[in-house]
Design a protein around this ligand. Sequence first.
Ligand SMILES: Nc1nc2c(ncn2[C@@H]2O[C@H](COP(=O)(O)OP(=O)(O)OP(=O)(O)O)[C@@H](O)[C@H]2O)c(=O)[nH]1
Ligand SMILES: [Mg+2]
Length: 425
Amino acid sequence: MFIDLAEIYLKAGDGGPGKVSFLRAKYIPNGGPDGGDGGDGGSIILEVDLGLRTLVDFRYKRKYVADQGGKGDGRQMSGRDAKDLIVKVPRGTIVRDKSSGLILADMSGETQREVIARGGKGGWGNQHFATPTRQIPNFAHPGTSGVERTVVLELKTLADVGLVGYPNAGKSTLISAVSAAKPKIANYPFTTLTPVLGIVSVGPGESFAMADIPGLIEGAHDGVGLGHAFLRHVERTRLLLHVVDVAETDGRDALEDFRIINRELSLHDVNLAERPQIVVANKADAVGDEGKLEKFVHFVKESGYEVFVISAVTGEGVKPLLRRTADLLKELPEITIYEAASPAALLEAHVKESPFTVRNENGVYVVEGPWVKRIIGSINLSDRESLQYFQRVMKTGGIIDALEAKGVKDGDTVRVGEVEFDFLH
Ligand SMILES: Nc1nc2c(ncn2[C@@H]2O[C@H](COP(=O)(O)OP(=O)(O)OP(=O)(O)O)[C@@H](O)[C@H]2O)c(=O)[nH]1
Ligand SMILES: [Mg+2]
């Protein structure tokens, strides 16, 4: 089964808790603190697997939970770091954070690996907390939480060239004539049900990737026929080959088909309608009305497109088409790779959409919310840049406004998680 959309839940492991313990030995009556640290929780890492072609596995397994870090122990024994959980995805998978819709990663590299949910850090044991004035530290850190999130996976095939056109126009016949791909070909519409990728070789060391997708019909953007969902597999392409049946099999009209497909492309995504396009007038061997073909070619050229009259079956005209395609590709921008959102943008989105509360507890303004642990875990308060980032999130997340609404004044104490600071506007 071919599946190109999936939603999965990820929970990285929490860091293990640090230990509260004191050295006990025969001749040392009051041993110092020797509580070890907790281990780090396992992260969830997505990895490209070139052998995968679909997201079908995620139909059956939708929940991925990495192990927690081990607990710290006495005698300064650290807890074990948990193993990372590796989840394999096909190349071309775009990973989005479900709640914000932001892109976490575009898994398009051949060997790409990305941490999508980071495991929590192990907590410090009490061995770290002894000071000259506090010789019996009766506490340890609990460890931070592993990231929990639902992500949407979307597979968008990586190809230089996309074949689009009406059903039965000969798209699959063309890709099977010019590459090793062997999709099903038949004389009825909707023969192709899933995208097919083929590598087209045009000369020594010169090749490009071509994607064949199911045919489109009028109303595809509204879900008519197989709908337009498969267009996602040509969205990254640099060039479209628009295949039109100019033999007008079954009483079709080439010009009308051509217009319908272009309209469907723009209704799906204006970027796709503006993608460079070569018109492939196919089935030249079976044309009945040469005059009509000439008119079609003339009209299409007048509209600003290059046209190649070919027969995918006899091979007539195919070579010049491939030559021109390869030459044009040299001038066109690279295959689209989507940029991942910055960690700051992600955290801001998270803060914005999560509820938080501000309350006054004996003169201290306490900010609480589900993201508090995460933000505190992700910043280093002794680092200037990190601190500026923290302030920015406080501001864009609306926390400063909420504090002011509660009556906070310069010099008042604000507590976020375990961090306390003086409010300064
Ligand atoms: N005479 C002739 N027939 C062709 C040519 N190209 C394709 N055909 C025929 O047209 C029919 C449809 O071809 P396909 O390649 O399956 O068409 P498609 O565009 O992939 O169709 P869908 O997958 O349904 O969208 C088949 O019977 C092919 O043999 C051609 O150049 N000349
Ligand atoms: Mg086909």
